[in-house]
Design a protein around this ligand. Structure first.
Ligand code: AMP
Length: 653
């Protein structure tokens, strides 16, 4: 058994001593009295009695040894600008922002909703919230006003922070206008808005409500705001994600467990060292941006490169030029981005063999990584490509293997791993997870090689969601079940395990699709489409897409009176409705008008039947009459099977 496996085993056999050791990676203002309080399952409290602060650990702690090292480098290929903040400068800016937040009435435990593009102020605002114990909720800029309003109403923030504008795939997006529309719609709109003006687009300012950061900032240039020491279990942030219901779920994370889990994964999985440079291509509005764009690298004393812009603009070589310019050691991105770059020959990263010499590994997460992409990118870059699996809920990887052997440090304490990676699988359960693949119906563990649901047994390790914001009953009901007296967390992913415990992911088991690594709830799209007066019934399912992994496709039944309507016009209207409510990322790739949808006897739409029909077809081949026939056939087959089952049940004693 390798040292790494021994370490993994310790993490599950003796979690208390394992996590006590890992907790040394961060500073505690008051030490914790117990590692784990599991008296209220399935909501463990990690590092009870401990007081700490995320901002202190991410920023202040490094001032002694690395104040002049760049902490954050923000590059915008949209505005052709670059901004570097050393740890000293970041510390200053965070103090200023924290003071502005306090002046605007934000207090410990208040929520601050951040709706910003990839600019330094996004990271500064997150850290400023952490500094004063406010709970940030970052909303990705691609979300439209209605989605933003739903999140505002759920989080009920004391303040929203937004920019005048940003860019999505080269297109100017007016963030302030979207925020204004969201605040008009929201029932719990806060009375204060802080505007970061980039001078990209004129803004209407509402006197009394809207404040300009440039004006507020200069008043606080010398402000010193001490970190608020928070109980380990105090919420640090809320991040909304899609689920089976039509409403987004506010994943809530704690403070101490979150810091410890990130610091642990930075070393054990990413093999990061202080002073290393990490380039995470995700937006800060997603969990990958939170964990490995901001907090993880800073907790580890690294430099984090963040970018506003697309991987293919101004040309597909841009990412590799950034790797070279900033001497990036670790890169974290998505399979979709790599497939896009593959189309462009990866922007020829290997034409100058020495230019990516700094890069040690490329990590990919968020969606299945196909073998062809993994092989070709590995060949093009000449570095290991490391697939790892996790969810917004877990905050750090659940499955993954470090790229190569751990290097022994001066203290000789680091473990060596020689575990081979297997293409198609992110690898083995990460530290602290006891994963199992179980039968969906019975909950009994599946034999090796059989597909089942991926679950985590017992207590989730530090850093995982502690509940859903304001919806603890939903948290317990949605994710947790009791199996033979033991708690079990469902990932809602299909998986299969091999004899060595390597886990292969086989897609979502619920109504969530994964488009370009972004989670989209099909119910959310259905609810928007159903609002149209012409629509009688609708089913949205995911179909495979060569670039984006999956894309949503909508099957729509029109009301009889609307059948005469021009279907092109209805289609346009429906697409606009999704764009305006959820954002373009949820836009159905095709809308297919059909006469009916298959249903169970109890009236439930048979989404899986539809899914199966289109899974075998490419998006271009989707043709409504043809599909209607297949769906009707499958639906009859399903009903026949259902009837047979019923007869069997009735005839059994
Ligand atoms: P999110 O919460 O948006 O990060 O999405 C999490 C979901 O993305 C998981 O439940 C999986 O369905 C999928 N996912 C994440 N990482 C991987 C991976 N490495 N391989 C396959 N699917 C993945």
């Amino acid at each position: 058994m390798s040292d790494y496996q021994t370490l993994l085993q310790q993490s599950t056999d003796n979690p208390n001593s394992f996590w006590r050791e890992q907790a040394r990676r961060i500073d505690w203002q008051r030490n914790f009295s117990s590692v784990l309080d599991d008296s209220d399952p399935p909501s463990p409290k990690w590092f009870c009695g401990g007081l700490t602060n995320l901002c202190h650990n991410a920023v202040d702690r490094h001032l002694r040894d690395r104040e002049d090292q760049p902490a954050l480098i923000f590059v915008s290929t949209e505005t052709n600008s670059e901004r570097t903040l050393t740890y000293r400068q970041l510390h200053r800016e965070v103090n200023i922002m924290a003071s502005v937040l306090l002046n605007m009435g934000v207090r410990q435990g208040d929520r601050v909703l951040i709706y910003l593009p990839m600019i330094a102020e996004a990271a500064i605002a997150m850290l400023a919230c952490a500094r004063i114990g406010a709970i940030h909720s970052v909303v990705f800029g691609g979300f439209a006003a209605a989605s933003l309003a739903v999140r505002i109403d759920d989080a009920q923030p004391a303040l929203v922070i937004c920019a005048d504008a940003g860019f999505q795939s080269g297109q100017l997006i007016n963030y302030k206008q979207l925020m204004d529309a969201a605040l008009d719609k929201a029932v719990h709109a806060p009375s204060r808005l802080l505007l970061i003006d980039r001078d990209l687009s004129p803004c209407d300012m509402k006197p009394e409500r809207d404040f300009r950061y440039d004006i507020e900032r200069v008043r606080e240039l010398d402000a010193e705001v001490p970190c608020t020491w928070l109980p380990s279990e105090a919420p640090s942030y809320i991040l909304y994600t899609s689920g089976t219901t039509g409403k987004p779920k506010g994943v809530q994370r704690d403070t101490g467990g979150h810091a410890v889990s990130l610091a642990t994964s930075m070393e054990l999985l990413f093999q990061a060292k202080p002073g290393n440079v990490m380039f995470t291509t995700s937006d800060l509005g997603w969990v990958v941006g939170h964990s490995y764009g901001l907090y993880g690298p800073l907790l580890a004393g690294m430099t984090s490169v963040l970018m506003e812009g697309s991987p293919v603009r101004p040309d597909p070589g841009i990412w590799w030029r950034l790797v070279k310019t900033y001497q990036v050691n670790l890169m974290l991105s998505s399979a979709t981005a790599m497939r896009l770059l593959k189309r462009h020959g990866f922007g020829q990263p290997d034409t100058e063999p020495t230019r990516l010499a700094s890069l040690r590994a490329l990590f990919l997460a968020g969606e299945p990584l196909d073998e062809a992409t993994a092989h070709s990118i590995e060949k093009a870059l000449g570095v290991p490509v490391v697939d790892h699996y996790w969810q917004t809920e877990t905050g750090s990887p659940m499955i993954g293997l470090p790229p190569t052997g751990h290097q022994r440090g001066a203290d000789d304490k680091l473990p060596v791993t020689a575990l081979p990676r297997r293409h198609g699988s992110p690898g083995l359960a990460a530290a602290g997870y006891r994963l199992a693949v179980v039968d969906e119906e019975t909950g009994i563990p599946c034999p090796m090689g059989k597909k089942g649901l991926l679950v985590a047994e017992g207590v989730l390790p530090p850093g995982c969601l502690t509940t859903l914001w304001g919806k603890d009953a939903d948290y317990r009901r949605i994710y947790w079940s009791l199996q033979d007296g033991a708690w079990r967390y469902s990932t809602f992913d299909w998986a299969v395990a091999d004899k060595d415990g390597y886990i292969y992911l086989l897609g979502r088991a619920d109504d969530v699709i994964n488009a370009a690594g972004k989670r989209i709830g099909t119910r959310e799209i259905e609810e928007i489409l159903l609002e149209d007066e012409a629509v009688a019934e609708v089913a949205v399912v995911g179909t495979s897409h060569i670039l984006r992994g999956q894309v949503p496709v909508a099957f729509v039944v029109l009301h009889r009176h609307a059948m005469q309507n021009d279907s092109k016009a209805v289609e346009r209207r429906l697409i606009d409705a999704v764009d305006n409510s959820l954002g373009t990322l949820a836009r159905p790739k095709r809308i297919l008008f059909v006469n009916s949808l298959p249903r169970t006897r109890s009236g439930k739409i048979l989404r899986r039947v539809i899914q199966d029909v289109i899974a075998a077809k490419s998006i271009q081949d989707l043709d409504a009459p043809d599909l209607q026939l297949i769906i009707t056939d499958l639906s009859s087959a399903f009903h026949a099977k259902e009837k047979q089952q019923l007869m069997l049940e009735e005839s059994s004693p």
